[in-house]
Design a protein around this ligand. Structure first.
Ligand SMILES: Cc1ncc(COP(=O)(O)O)c(C=O)c1O
Length: 435
């Protein structure tokens, strides 16, 4: 329709005038740690979805599932409204009474102590017992050498995170999981595009999760996804996401239901039939996305290969430049089989240097270079988590060190060479005279 095209042309014009080509002014413009990278395509796609006015997940969401699944190499993608929701859906799915190998309250789940809070929260919320394992300095991933020590007769699962996009040795993890009959969930919220031994992270375990918050590799504003090879687990995950209802009629919702049993569902103790749409097989939530979010996601998927390449390139540039400062900093490490699609560039200030992390991050922030902590640090030190029922393996000394001395700066595709050079100059100034 001509009017639609006219609206899209206006949106493009608006993008050019209001959003495009913001010049970088050193010391004034922020050198962000992350952020949305977009152009008129995201805006036009979203406006298209708004004009269509389907609102809830529809054709854009369906296409997003398929395309993201192809990119990752996962059979099933279940979009949700955040990475935190994805983690909740994943853990709740593993607790489903419909799942043969289900987890039960009191079962133990091995997970890293250096974590994002909503990776740990769904373990606690599902009345499972987290077993916290220390981090490994430099990779910031769970220390696999401590897995044996973390085992108990109650251990049933691993919920592990590819920290900042840095792949864990998934061959070792899966071998351990097989040997001890454990379920594996991979939090890949920060790792879209990361590979281990040529295979996308997230496709090794039973379920995996993603976040599409603006800091992440692609964004929908808010959003996330669960993905899996298992049709059975995907079906349960959709039910958990969709109020707990059994109905799987999908986005079209035909009147009679795709399942063909819409008005043939019998319920024990009730005469006649009950509408399948109101037949609840799980204790669920509503964690769905809107079609406007999915439309944005589609435009971002077009850019994803370029985003991954830019993240790797920015990381490499920072790494090369920072090698000369290894006496001050522990630089990130990754495994020979790992091909990380980095979320950020982690830096640990060595204990031996005459300044601390706070002095450095203050200096950077005052000069408009954004920094962030490695999420919760040792999560057991966070007020909300100090009294959870859990087991911790050893004293978690590396997690404490991370909490005390680690931070990260950005590598996201919005960083130009100019911004990275500025960041490096500020770092150099600090090391030369700023402290
Ligand atoms: C590793 C990890 N897991 C989960 C999440 C939660 O994602 P969201 O912010 O979309 O809820 C994040 C958020 O940044 C994360 O970094």
């Amino acid at each position: 329709m001509a009017l639609r095209e006219e609206i899209f042309a206006k949106v493009t014009e608006y993008y050019e005038k209001a959003h495009a080509n913001k010049p970088f002014v050193p010391g004034q413009s922020r050198v962000q740690y992350a952020g949305r990278v977009y152009d008129q395509h995201e805006m036009v796609k979203m406006v298209d979805a708004v004009l269509e006015f389907w609102l809830t997940a529809g054709r854009h969401a369906e296409e997003f599932e398929k395309r993201l699944g192809r990119f990752i190499g996962a059979r099933e993608v279940i979009p949700v409204n955040s990475g935190s929701s994805a983690n909740l859906v994943a853990m709740t799915t593993l607790c489903s009474p419909q799942f043969k190998y289900r987890l039960h309250p009191g079962d133990e789940v091995i997970t890293p102590a250096v974590t994002f809070p909503t990776t740990l929260a769904p373990i606690v919320q599902n009345r499972l017992v987290p077993v916290l394992v220390d981090a490994e300095m430099g990779t910031y991933n769970i220390d696999l050498d401590q897995l044996e020590a973390a085992l108990s007769p109650k251990t049933r699962a691993l919920f592990i995170t590819h920290t900042l996009g840095n792949p864990i040795a998934m061959d070792r993890v899966m071998e351990f999981a097989k040997a001890h009959n454990l379920l594996v969930v991979e939090d890949t919220c920060d790792a879209l595009g990361s590979k281990y031994d040529g295979q996308s992270v997230g496709t090794f375990g039973h379920l995996a999760t993603l976040s599409f918050y603006p800091a992440h590799h692609i964004t929908m504003g808010e959003g996330g996804a669960v993905y899996t090879h298992s049709r059975r687990l995907a079906r349960i995950a959709r039910t958990v996401r969709d109020w707990g209802r059994d109905c799987w009629c999908g986005y079209e919702n035909p009147a009679s239901g795709k399942c063909g049993i819409r008005f043939e569902r019998e319920i024990d103790g009730i005469e006649g039939y009950y509408d399948h749409r109101y037949y609840f097989t799980e204790i669920g939530y509503n964690l769905k996305i809107t079609d406007v979010q999915a439309a944005m996601g589609l435009a971002q998927l077009d850019k994803l290969p370029g985003f991954v390449a830019a993240r790797k390139q920015n990381f490499a540039k920072l790494y090369e430049a920072m090698k000369r400062w290894e006496e001050y900093f522990i630089l990130p490490r990754w495994l020979p089989k790992a091909d990380p699609s980095w979320f950020a560039f982690p830096i640990t200030v060595r204990d031996s240097v005459p300044f601390d992390r706070t002095a450095l991050t203050r200096y950077l922030e005052e000069r408009r270079v954004e920094t962030r902590m490695l999420f919760a640090g040792n999560i057991l030190k966070q007020p909300g988590y100090q009294n959870i029922e859990c087991r911790a393996i050893g004293g978690l000394p590396v997690s404490d060190q991370v909490m005390r001395s680690t931070f990260f700066v950005g590598v996201y595709p919005g960083l130009t060479d100019e911004k990275i050079d500025y960041m490096l100059n500020v770092l150099e100034d600090f090391l030369n005279r700023g402290r």
